[in-house]
Design a protein around this ligand. Sequence first.
Ligand code: NAD
Ligand code: IPM
Ligand code: MN
Length: 352
Amino acid sequence: MASIAVIPGDGIGAEVTAEAVRLLELLRGEGLPLSWRTFDYSAERYLATGVALPPGGREELASFDAIFLGALGDPRVPDMAHAREILLETRFRLDLYVNVRPVRLLHASHTPLKDRTERDIDFVIFRENTEGPYVGAGGFLKPGTPDEVAIQEWLATRKGVERILRHAFEAARRRPRRRLVMVDKHNALRFASEIWHRVFREVAKEYPDVEARHLFADTACLLLVQDPSQFEVIVTDNLFGDLLSDLGAALAGGLGLAPSANLNPQTGKGLFEPVHGSAPGIAGTGRANPMAALLTAAMMLEFLGQGEAAARVERAVRACIAEDLVTPDLGGSLTTRAAGQAVLDRLSKGAA
Ligand code: NAD
Ligand code: IPM
Ligand code: MN
């Protein structure tokens, strides 16, 4: 029996997670060995109690086979203190160093690029998930004065860089064209990006069968829009990966379709979340697209050894997109619930 900790979170995070849970219910009803428990870690709870995660909370989450998270973020917590504790610290403490963010155009009509089809937009971003400028090293000097100084350190360790690079090279080996692009900014970031560049050149030598290239982050943005078909595997730092994954999502139909997984392949721990945030602007309106969350649930099912169920979910999502059974972000008129239901209907009818 696979156990899942479910954290709906804030805003549309909770709304799309409700659809993912209904998917799990349907699959469990079919006999899939799944169990889950819901945790109300959120801005609401943080504001009410002053605590983002109770003592022992993270250890408890880690005891599940997988964690599913909707999204965190609430205008009432402007410094994102609760999200840092619940999401970023969990990525760090569980050492979930591989952030997998696939970018796949599921239907040609949903890319903003001219004359591009499904074949042109199909790559995966491996975002380093435990280092970079995200580690929270830094501080303020003379806060609140005209002489105030802010320092934000950018961490890159040899081990941290090497392990994500190796993971990406291994993944590139399994892709048809065996193409990998490492993205950094070593023309400007003299230290953190330079170690990426050096280790990349070393590791690349061990993978002569992989066509490995380097791009500066700015050029990578340019080329992703000009010709996304050249990309198969992208590996990059935490911050660049965050930026490129939203850009990638935009190429493939928007944040409403972008799934992600945070993994540690050595410990077998995994946290699954759509790439999007809590979207406070549309929270409560029923306009949130649940498909990113459903595709994220598919990634989680695959991870839990339920590859067949994962493939069915993906086919059901594709079928709905092809039939325009979609929310307003994709030009449809369905609500979050109705779009989720359309996917479930296709699954249970056996159409998928
Ligand atoms: P966002 O991803 O929440 O929204 C960006 C834009 O995309 C908005 O216009 C939103 O309406 C739209 N959008 C996002 N998901 C959608 C969906 N499923 N269906 C339809 N439209 C969708 O980013 P933001 O507005 O910059 O951030 C809002 C909050 O979420 C902030 O507090 C931010 O820090 C947080 N955030 C959290 C996560 C996470 O928990 N993993 C990720 C990103 C942002
Ligand atoms: C993401 C989000 C987070 C990140 C935020 C909420 C801290 O944007 O998962 O992409 O920057 O990693
Ligand atoms: Mn992001």
